[in-house]
Structures are given as C-alpha cells and as structure tokens.
Design a binder for this molecule. Sequence first.
Ligand code: PXP
Length: 252
Amino acid sequence: MMKRVLRLGVNIDHVATIRNARGGPDPDPVRAAKLAAKAGADGITAHLREDRRHITDSDITRLVSEIDLPLNFEMAATVEMLDIAQRHRPHAACLVPEKREERTTEGGLDVVGGFDRLKPFVDALGEAGCRVSLFIEPALAQLDAAVAIGAPVVELHTGRYANLEGAAREAELGRLRDAAAHCDAVGLECHAGHGLTFDNVAPVAAIPLVMELNIGHFLIGEAIFGGLDSTIKRMRALMDKSRAAAQGEQSA
Ligand code: PXP
C-alpha cells in the first residue's frame, strides 16, 4: 500500500449550516464526521464561530466524545473560545481571523501585526495540550512570525489561489510552494486549505511539504449529488494521485 503522507481533514461546518436552516436536529454534523472517518478522512475540522451560525457548542462536545479521529478546532483568538478549547482539549486548535459580517474566513491571520495579542492564546492552547496552528496567507513574514510566536503548525490559506485563474493562479501557487518550502526550512508543519475542489486540489496536493489539506464547503455541497462517502473517497484519490505523481517526478 502507498504510504499516506498527505492527510485529509474534513470540515463539517456546512452540514450544520443546512441543519440550522430549519432549526431541528437534521442533518447531524456528528453523523457526517463518523461517515467521513469511514470514508478515509484523517481528521475532522469544525469552526465554532462567535455567532454559532453553523457548529454549536453541543456539536463540539459530541465531536470530542463520539469521534475517534483527531479534532481540529478552528477558533478566533477570544477569551470565550480559549475557555472552550481549554475545557475540551482538542487534538489541534487552529487560530483564524473572524469577522461577524464575513461569509467565510476571508484572508489569513496577521501574526506579524497581532503578535502581542495572539501570543497569550498560542501559549495557553499549547499548555492545554493542543497542537496550535495559525491560518495565514502564504507570506514569508507571517511564517517567521509564526515561528517566533511558538506555533508548531501553520495552515496556508488557499482561498486566493482557488479564486484566481490563469497566470495569476500560477503566481499564487508559486507563493504557496515558496511558503511550504520556507516552513520546512524553519521547522513548521505545513497545512493548507480553503476553497479546494476536485478541479483545483491537485496542484496543492502536489506540493511535497504540505502535510494536510482541510476541505469543507465543496465536499458537503458535492455530497448532495454524489453522496458524502464517494465524494470524500474521490477527493482522497485525487490528492493521493497528485502527491504520488509529484513524488515520482522528484525521484526520477
Ligand atoms: N481551513 C480553515 C482554517 C478554514 O477556516 C476553512 C473554512 O472554514 C477551511 C479550511 C475549509 O474551507 P472550505 O470550506 O472552503 O473548504
């Protein structure tokens, strides 16, 4: 069997978005997480937003107690969220910027500008046993600040890459590659995510130093047409194929 070096974290937020549209219990994001685990996900990601627009506090409680996979808890750097993370001690805590008026996480965390404000959160999450990750743009200055602040992991924001086309997309892919190489040089574990789909995942999966992709919105939307199990399996297969081809090119 091929050694799996690229993990897939399945973000289940938007199962909760659909549930909350009606206010009842269905569809259940924890059921989706269990199904994702069976389909080949390596981890589950959930973002408890300040406004609870999708994932709720009780979803997090259930995910922690009912799911065997590592939970990547996405959170804003606020006292309320820190308190929740300290109570649940998820495997990973990913700090993201959060604005109430945004539809999704727009842009990465400014670790350079927010260093002093963020540092106590990074320290406290680390002390709680969480692997701290910072969701940042692929900019070298942000990576250096992530090292200085003491985070072991960064997640590169691929939203800009996903939204661009042609030469501009290639240029952004170059920034992602450079950032991943810089992570390796400075000892950061490199993850990536946001806006990834069947059509655009391969070039990101091919970046050899990226260890994990976190994918949500597309998987949940596509599951309407193909089912969650086969959608996750297809994403997994596309990632593995692209990574294996890139590794073949490297060793050739
Ligand atoms: N990674 C982070 C840090 C995110 O905030 C999100 C969106 O919640 C994702 C990955 C997944 O993005 P998408 O839902 O576009 O796949």
